[in-house]
Design a binder for this molecule. Structure first.
Ligand code: GLU
Length: 331
């Protein structure tokens, strides 16, 4: 079948990771149709918290799906690179749980905040971050991974993300530098956690490791595989590597479900019904437990930091593939 829109292609067709043949072609057509359905959805602003994010083309739009057989099917700008930003947070949480033998679960809370992702607020009484999906929590989980110092932790985080993605990734040093320079609220949160005794590394070290984690370059295809690794018991379906235990994957996906879309998590769960994490770069990563991982990329964001077209796309995908966790009519 010829593709009417050359910008919308089955990247799986050119990928060594491809499996599934006709089934893939059909899925690609369905993804391409979903993209076309949301292409004209307007509204939203491209994030400008760091200059590199502000340079994104608001028209970029891509989606990818990773399944248990190791196949990755994509459409649109699914190979457009972007910095992972907050979509890294579930994976930082997973790595922190793995490196602390689960103790990270007590170091961060797991309750939704109802506040912005960078709110300068810790849990009353404990001084813990409210959950690992907001900045305070991710600064702490980045500090809890093995590594000795900020460089060591950044390297351990990068290697961990590579294992989740099943392919080489790199840090964009310019983005990391901007995050370090302009992330005043992250510096404030790190100092606040130091003062509460909940952060045990230097504040600059914590911000540096987190900034470099946010600056890792991915694309929708890589992010879909990362989401699938969490969805499928911590095992990467492309490489076969057991990246984290199934128990850790379950913990992480549970917290994505309740806190992953910040204070838009309730609405997200009603409309899409799939554990997910949003990101200021305009990415969304979804983990459908036991079934698949998915990711989208479209830079314009709503006021809560969720990609406007990404959310519309994922609502359509959830409906199309019957992914909603609380579909009470599923047989
Ligand atoms: N690097 C961003 C920050 O720390 C990530 C925020 C996000 O993606 O929601 O402010």
């Amino acid at each position: 079948m010829t593709d009417p829109d050359p910008s919308t292609r089955a990247s799986s067709a050119a990928s060594p990771r491809r499996a599934g043949g006709a089934r893939d072609d059909d899925l690609h057509e369905r993804l391409a149709a979903l993209l076309d359905g949301v292409r004209d959805v307007g509204g939203g602003e491209v994030d400008d918290s760091v200059p590199q994010l502000a340079e994104a083309d608001p028209g970029w739009l891509g989606v990818a799906l990773a399944r248990p057989d190791g196949s990755v099917t994509a459409a649109g700008d699914a190979r457009q690179a972007f910095s992972i930003q907050s979509a890294v947070k579930p994976f930082l949480f997973a790595l922190a749980l793995a490196d602390t033998d689960g103790a990270a679960i007590d170091a961060v809370g797991i309750e939704p905040t109802g506040e912005a992702f960078d709110a300068i607020k810790l849990e009353v009484g404990t001084g813990r971050p409210p959950n690992p999906m907001v900045n305070a929590g991710a600064l702490l989980t980045a500090a809890l991974v093995d590594g000795g110092d900020a460089d060591g932790r950044a390297e351990r985080i990068l290697r961990g993300l590579v294992a989740f993605a099943g392919r080489e990734l790199e840090v964009d040093d310019d983005v990391a530098g901007s995050e370090m320079l302009l992330g005043d609220r992250n510096h404030a949160l790190a100092h606040l956690m130091r003062s509460e005794g909940t952060l045990h590394v230097g504040a600059d070290d914590a911000v540096s490791a987190y900034a470099r984690a946010c600056a890792v370059l991915v694309d929708a295809e890589a992010l879909a595989v990362m989401g699938a690794t969490l969805a499928l018991g911590g095992r990467n379906s492309v490489t076969g590597e057991q990246v984290v235990s199934a128990a850790i994957a379950r913990d992480v996906v549970s917290v994505m479900a309740t806190c992953g879309v910040y204070d838009g998590s309730g609405r997200w769960m009603r409309e899409v019904g799939v554990p997910a994490k949003s990101s200021v770069s305009g990415a969304l990563v979804l983990s459908v437990p036991g079934r698949l991982g998915a990711a989208s990329y479209s830079p314009p964001l709503d006021p809560l930091g969720t990609s406007v077209r990404g959310a519309a796309l994922m609502e359509g995908l959830s409906r199309e593939l019957g992914l909603h966790s609380f579909d009470t009519e599923r047989g």
